[in-house]
Design a protein. Sequence first.
Length: 244
Amino acid sequence: MEEQRPEKDEREIADCRMQTEDSKIAPIGTQTGNSRAPLSWWTAAIIVAVILLLAAFSCDSAAQTWIAQHQSAPWKKFMRAVSHYGDWPAHVALGAVLATGAYLRGSKQWTRIFLATLIACAFAGAAARVLKVATGRTRPSVATEAGWNSLRFSSKSNAFPSGHTAASTAFFGTLTLAAWRVGLPLMVIPLLIGFSRMYVAAHYLSDVVGAVVLGIVSAVLVWQFIQTRLSGRERPRHPPHNCK
């Protein structure tokens, strides 16, 4: 027994040293060595988003013309259904059901993921609503000349961006960041919703592209916030009391 005690003490000292070193490490994303990486990623993302938006604005008329030339009764009926059921209430209901199911099954990870999709969806929807009112862009279906009018609460002047597309992109974008094998194939849903909004003359191409950008930004911000909070909770800040 006395011969085994020194070996046990050495193991405890080694464990204490490892825990002490871990306690000195900052949460993910706060290390000085990686501080420039997120900034460069955000800069590149902003440049790409601006380029896509400018291209979409320049293609608004062409996209509307193409859609008008390819209208059909069956497709319009289908797109109206997609547009109707692709709004935020359906996403909230889906997220709530999935989060409840994961919680009942005892999966903390998936419960956290589905709650994150709901938060991102709500964030994107609220941001889209603010932008809609602030820009006051008339919808393609309005029989007047298209224009931008600030502070318009009428739905006829709430085209930019598409709230349906923003909420759906944020929802499934968060799921993709959390589990890309599950979420990435489902990203076709917000794309289909965005196309349906153009098909029923509720939005221009630039409205949909802007909504996709807003949804992706919302998903990234929400998921990074949750990951940072979790890494801060799970990583010990101070060594245990017995490591002195």
